[in-house]
Design a binder for this molecule. Sequence first.
Ligand code: NAI
Ligand code: OAA
Length: 337
Amino acid sequence: MFARAVKAAASQGAKNFSTSSQNNVKVAVCGASGGIGQPLSLLLKNSPLVTELSLYDIVHTPGVAADLSHIETQSKVTGYNGPENLEKALKGADIVIIPAGVPRKPGMTRDDLFNTNASIVRDLAAGVAKACPKALIGIISNPVNSTVPIACDTLQKAGVLDPRRVFGVSTLDIVRANTFVGEAAGVDPQKMAVPVIGGHSGVTIIPVLSQTKPAVNFAQDKITALTERIQEAGTEVVKAKAGAGSATLSMAYAGARFALALARAMNGEQNVIECAYVRSDVTEAKYFATPLLLGKNGLEKNLGLPKLNAFEQELLKKAIPELKKNIQKGEDFVKKN
Ligand SMILES: NC(=O)C1=CN([C@@H]2O[C@H](COP(=O)(O)OP(=O)(O)OC[C@H]3O[C@@H](n4cnc5c(N)ncnc54)[C@H](O)[C@@H]3O)[C@@H](O)[C@H]2O)C=CC1
Ligand SMILES: O=C([O-])CC(=O)C(=O)O
């Protein structure tokens, strides 16, 4: 089952950007004026799968919306500025993607963003609970390991949580793994499918290089180096941007890939598979990323843990305590606030 899933996923990265449209799909982007929000909205505007694009931010949204609305694709673009307009922005949304919040600067961990981003994600999730409780939600804002539990518990407090509809977007880890492993193996990265499981920070990112499709055969020191590069790839970009933020363009690509996978599944396409960070009982951690079969209501079937070799089992052992700590921190925040 898992091998078939990974193979199917291999063809999906490219497909996401080219499929023709069927049903109406309204996507709301919260944080639409930011470094990720703008190029992500551009990619969504360029997709025939999206029929309506609602842009929300606390600044600059009218300008971003006016700009995008001149692009010669069919979707309608609207812009909403400020918390008083949040519910209007979200009304009728089928998919809500959240890249709102501050990014890292060199020397910071993703967890250092918690104090600012926790309340941003909580307030946006509360808006979703009121305006579009059935929407599928993709959370990009860091620290994802904690912001997903925050969103879930906020929806739970409002009495509308359906855990199948809430996803932490870890697609950039898969995109990077496909690129780095493809480059090392001499395979077109678009044809590479590397499962990446766990969470979205440092040791919680677990690339499963023993289960790539096509299979690759590297010496252990190469596997260790590739694993560490995938785990630290976000920091690689933060350092290279030298104070000007973190990954935005590759994240916009990854966010669009994930949002359009949700849209394709909503439209009834079969066998749409992506890894994402969700409420899970696959490991001891209450939230965990694994390959997921997507359907009309979001998570249709969790495809579970891929087969792990001894090296990957050690990675999993290191990830679990850190994940549990990050999850607890998010849950405590919602209890206290
Ligand atoms: N999941 C992942 O793989 C990745 C996650 N990220 C995270 O995405 C987030 C955004 O990053 P960037 O776009 O580079 O930051 P940015 O600072 O360029 O943009 C953030 C946007 O959010 C807006 N915003 C702030 N508070 C808001 C609120 N209450 N409601 C709506 N919008 C609000 C800001 O006005 C700004 O336009 C960061 O937390 C970053 O760490 C970044 C890269 C990858
Ligand atoms: O590293 C960061 O802060 C942004 C991020 O999550 C990534 O690029 O994977």
